[in-house]
Design a binder for this molecule. Structure first.
Ligand SMILES: [Cu+2]
Length: 326
């Protein structure tokens, strides 16, 4: 049975098949309720306004007996107070309902000791530094454990969006923004960027993995800590993980940045007119200080992406392996 409060709260819409994504965080229900409230207020006024419009068009249409408009009072104080006070009250209700939900998204419960994750948005990938030191291109959290995301951007404004969590927060260069929630359903969900940030904005996606328990999270966090990967494997992994592939192809086609295929050992022109040779040191400098030497024909678009020495060695090994074709 559908009860009026549920109807107003929007649970009818939220439950509709395929209409809304699954609710997988502590804030999702509140957001859906605000959405439902706005939806039903809008639906009500649409019916009233369109209904009266149709009624008046018919009632007051031109007829042979009606040649001009009929006389009407120029105003009615009671009517004006009535149609000002009701919308004012409704706006306050919307304000109260949405502010309550908003605070739940930006302020953690005192004493809940949330797991803090540092989020970095950059053209065009996400990076998540988890508490305990594990960095990843995916966000990992544990069901039932409060999470606090602290977002930053190295270049332009990005926006982290997880539809199943009903959470969206901008990552703004030069400041930190926050987002607080508790995942409620184990599984993996898509992460999107919802702030148009340039050429590859639409591919700036990731996933959030909600682990069923702490043990599963710990097992993931311990992964890849051993040094048994070869340098080439490190390079291939880092190239994908750290978002290099968003701008650099490995098949020779130019993108936002030059392809890394066949550049090893090449003499290259840079924007100052000088010629450099692509070796380990040039590759290191290109990654650590991307603006230092700009390849001719390209713009200074590469974000600084912190890599440790082994990762840089891996990238060098990978670029060497791409010397003469795939
Ligand atoms: Cu973006």
């Amino acid at each position: 049975m559908i009860r009026l409060p549920d109807l107003l709260a929007g649970s009818l819409i939220a439950a509709g098949p395929g209409y809304m994504p699954e609710r997988a965080s502590s804030v999702a229900e509140g957001v859906d309720h605000v959405f439902g409230l706005l939806f039903w207020i809008s639906a009500f006024f649409m019916v009233v306004i369109v209904g009266f419009t149709i009624l008046f068009v018919i009632r007051y249409r031109a007829r042979p007996s009606r040649t001009g408009p009929e006389a009407s009072p120029d105003h009615s104080t009671r009517l004006e107070i009535f149609w000002s006070a009701i919308p004012l009250a409704l706006v306050f209700v919307i304000f109260a309902a949405s502010t309550k939900v908003y605070f739940a998204m930006v302020e953690s419960d005192p004493g809940s000791a949330p797991q803090r994750v540092q989020v970095t948005g950059r053209r065009w990938s996400w990076w998540f530094d988890h508490a305990g030191g594990k960095g990843s291109k995916e966000l990992h959290v544990v069901v039932g454990k409060p999470v606090e995301l602290v977002l930053a951007s190295t270049d332009v404004i990005h926006s982290l969006y997880v539809p199943e969590f009903r959470l969206k927060q901008d990552a703004v260069p030069g400041r930190f923004t926050r987002m607080v929630f508790t995942p409620t359903v184990a599984g993996s969900y898509p992460v999107l960027c919802t702030e148009y940030c340039g050429t590859n904005h639409s591919t700036m996606t990731s996933v959030v993995v909600v682990h069923p328990d702490q043990a599963s999270f710990d097992a993931w966090a311990a992964e890849g800590k051993g040094g048994d990967e070869t340098l080439l494997e490190v390079g291939v992994r880092v190239f994908g993980e750290k978002g290099c592939s968003a701008c650099h192809s490995t098949d020779g086609s130019a993108g936002v940045g030059p392809s890394v295929k066949g550049i090893w050992g090449k003499e290259e022109k840079i924007t100052t007119g000088a010629t450099i040779r692509v070796d380990e040191n040039y590759i290191r400098e290109s990654i650590v200080k991307p603006g230092a030497k700009i390849s001719a024909g390209y713009e200074d678009m590469m974000p600084p992406i912190p890599l440790d020495d082994r990762e840089i060695q891996g990238i060098v090994a990978y670029i060497q392996s791409l010397k003469d074709g795939p």
